[in-house]
Design a protein around this ligand. Structure first.
Ligand SMILES: Cc1ncc(COP(=O)(O)O)c(C=O)c1O
Length: 493
C-alpha cells in the first residue's frame, strides 16, 4: 500500500484504549517515571502553549523550550529598575554590571566551576565561543589540531584557523554501527601530540547527530599527553549534569537557548583561566582593553573574561540566564536526565520493533540502539519494504501535517553523517561541488541515498504523549512503497 493517497490518520486520542494501554505498559516497564511527575505538572502550568496548539516538539537538540515564569521573571526584573550600558560607572550602568556579574557567577556555580580556576565569557552562542578559541589559539608550524569525526561544523571550522597558521589537522574516525570512538584508537591519535608545541583536541560530550556520549574521561587522557581540550557541551548540558570540579576541560562552549529556551542569542565559553592565558587574540576592541591610543600605537589588553567580550555585552538578556538556570535547578537536571532516558529507551525500542507486513525493518537507527552511554538525540531513517531509505523531505512533510517538529538533514555534523552513510574519503575527494550545482546534485554525485537522516530529540519537558504520538506517526511508514514526486529541491544541508 502507498501512503500517498492516504490522508494522515488521526492519532489515537489522549483517552483512546491504545494510548492508555501503551502508557500502562510504559509505566510498568519504567515505574520510577512517576518520580518525574513534576515535569508533567510544569507542562500543564508553564508550557501551556505546547498542548494548546497541539504541537509535538521533538527538536530539543535544536533548541529547548521556555517556561512562562522565565519570561515573567525577566520582564519583572527589567521593569523594576533602570539599566544602562555597563561600560560606565554611573548608577544605571552599575546596576547592569551587577546583574551581568551575578549571572556570570551563577553560570560558574551551576557547573560547579571554581571561580579561581574558571572564567565565564558571554558569547552570542556556542559557535561564538568556539570561534573565540579557534582564532586565538596560538597555532603555529608544527602544532596539532585533532578532532573526532563526530563534531558540529562550528568545531570543524577551527581547522581553517589551524591550517592557515601551519598546524597539522587530523580527525579520529568513528566506528561504523555505534558511531563511537574506541578508547584504544583515540589514545593512538593522542599519542601523536607534538612535543614542545601547541596541541588542541576537540570533541563533543554528546553528539548532536547520534546522541552518543563520548567519555569525559578523555579529558585527562588528553591532558596527560600534552593536549589542550575543547569539550563541546552544547548538546550535552541541556539534559546532563556537567561538574567542572570533577572533569576539567580547558574550553567548554555552550548555548543557553539549548538548555532552557530563552533567551536566544546568548552562549558562553567557560574556560580554565590558565588556558585562557595561552590564547592570543588577533585584535582588540571596545571593552577588551585597559588602554589604547592611536598616535602611540599602544594597546594594553584586559585579562580574564573581559579580554574576550567584544563591545557591549547583551546586558539586558544576560540576567535571563540566571533565571533560566534557577528554573532548571528547581526541576533538577538529574530528574530531567532520568526522564529523557526512560522516554528515549521506550522510543528506541518501539522504533526497532517497527516492521513492514513482510517482516522487513521499517526504521534504521544511526548510532547506539540500546540506552547505553547515549542521550535523547536519535538519528534515523524510515525504510521502504525493499530497504530503500524514505526521502527525508517526505518525512518532513508528513510530520508537519501532524504538527510534529523534528529535524532532517545532516544537522551540521558532517563527519557523523559521512560515517552513518558509509561515505568514503575517496568518494568525497573525487566529488567536486561545481559552480551552478545545488546540494541535490552534489548528494547524487557522492551517492547519498537521501538528503540525510531524521533527528528526533527529547528534552526538558518531553512527555509520554509526545513520544507516543511520534511512534503512531512512525507506524504510518509501514508498507509505504514510494513517495510522491514534486518534493522541494534541497538547497543547503
Ligand atoms: C554539539 C553542538 N555544538 C555546537 C552547536 C552550535 O550551536 P549554536 O548554533 O547555538 O552556536 C550545536 C548546535 O546545534 C551543537 O549541537
Amino acid at each position: 500500500m502507498s501512503v500517498l493517497s492516504a490522508v494522515p490518520l488521526p492519532f489515537a486520542s489522549p483517552r483512546s484504549p491504545s494510548r492508555r494501554q501503551a502508557e500502562d505498559a510504559f509505566l510498568a516497564a519504567h515505574p520510577s517515571f512517576r518520580e518525574t511527575g513534576l515535569v508533567d505538572v510544569l507542562r500543564e502550568t508553564e508550557y501551556t502553549q505546547l498542548d494548546a496548539s497541539g504541537q509535538v516538539y521533538l527538536d530539543y537538540t535544536g533548541g529547548s523550550l521556555y517556561a512562562e515564569s522565565q519570561l515573567h521573571d525577566h520582564m519583572e526584573l527589567l521593569r523594576e529598575a533602570v539599566y544602562g550600558n555597563p561600560h560606565s560607572a554611573n548608577p544605571t550602568s552599575s546596576a547592569a554590571t551587577a546583574l551581568v556579574e551575578r549571572a556570570r557567577r551563577s553560570v560558574l556555580r551551576y557547573f560547579n566551576a571554581p571561580e579561581h580556576e574558571y572564567a565565564c565569557i558571554f558569547t552570542p552562542n556556542a559557535t561564538g565561543a568556539l570561534r573565540l578559541v579557534g582564532e586565538a589559539y596560538p597555532f603555529a608550524q608544527g602544532d596539532r589540531f585533532l578532532a573526532t569525526f563526530d563534531n558540529h561544523n562550528s568545531v570543524n571550522g577551527i581547522r581553517e584557523f589551524a591550517r592557515a597558521r601551519g598546524a597539522r589537522t587530523s580527525y579520529v574516525p568513528l566506528r561504523r554501527g555505534d558511531l563511537r570512538v574506541p578508547d584504544s584508537l583515540l589514545e593512538r591519535y593522542l599519542d601523536d601530540a607534538a612535543t614542545g608545541c601547541h596541541n588542541l583536541f576537540a570533541y563533543p560530550a554528546q553528539s548532536n547527530f547520534s546522541g552518543v556520549k563520548h567519555p569525559l574521561e578523555w579529558i585527562s587522557l588528553a591532558h596527560e599527553r600534552g593536549w589542550d581540550v575543547i569539550v563541546d557541551c552544547a548538546a550535552f548540558v541541556p539534559t546532563n549534569r556537567l561538574d567542572l570540579s570533577v572533569h576539567k576541560p580547558d574550553f567548554v562552549p555552550i548555548s543557553f537557548y539549548k538548555m532552557f529556551g530563552y533567551p536566544t542569542g546568548l552562549g558562553a565559553l567557560i574556560a580554565r583561566r590558565d588556558a585562557l592565558g595561552r590564547l592570543q587574540r588577533p585584535w582588540f576592541s571596545g571593552g577588551t582593553v585597559v588602554a589604547a591610543n592611536v598616535q602611540g600605537d599602544m594597546v594594553v589588553p584586559l585579562s580574564g573574561h573581559a579580554l574576550f567580550e567584544d563591545g557591549t555585552v547583551n546586558y539586558l538578556s544576560i540576567p535571563a540566564v540566571e533565571i533560566g538556570l534557577r528554573h532548571i535547578e528547581s526541576i533538577g537536571i538529574d530528574r530531567i536526565s532520568k526522564r529523557v532516558e526512560m522516554l528515549g529507551t521506550w522510543l528506541i525500542e518501539a522504533l526497532q520493533r517497527l516492521e513492514h507486513s513482510d517482516g522487513s525493518p521499517a526504521v534504521r537507527i544511526y548510532g547506539p540502539t540500546r540506552w547505553d552511554r547515549r542521550g535523547g538525540t536519535i538519528a534515523l531513517n524510515f525504510l521502504h519494504p525493499d530497504g530503500r531509505v524514505v526521502d527525508e523531505r517526505f518525512v518532513d512533510r508528513l510530520a508537519a501535517a501532524h504538527q510534529i517538529s523534528v529535524r532532517t538533514g545532516c544537522f551540521c555534523n558532517s563527519g557523523a553523517g559521512e560515517t552513518a552513510f558509509s561515505l568514503s574519503r575517496d568518494t568525497l575527494i573525487r566529488a567536486e561541488f561545481d559552480e551552478g550545482m545545488i546540494l541535490d546534485d552534489y548528494l547524487r554525485l557522492i551517492g547519498m541515498p537521501t538528503g540525510g537522516a531524521v533527528r528526533v530529540s527529547l528534552g526538558l519537558v518531553t512527555n509520554f504523549a509526545d513520544v507516543h504520538r511520534f511512534i503512531e506517526f512512525a507506524r504510518e511508514f509501514r508498507d509505504v512503497t514510494h513517495v510522491p514526486p514534486g518534493l522541494p529541491p534541497r538547497l543547503a544541508c
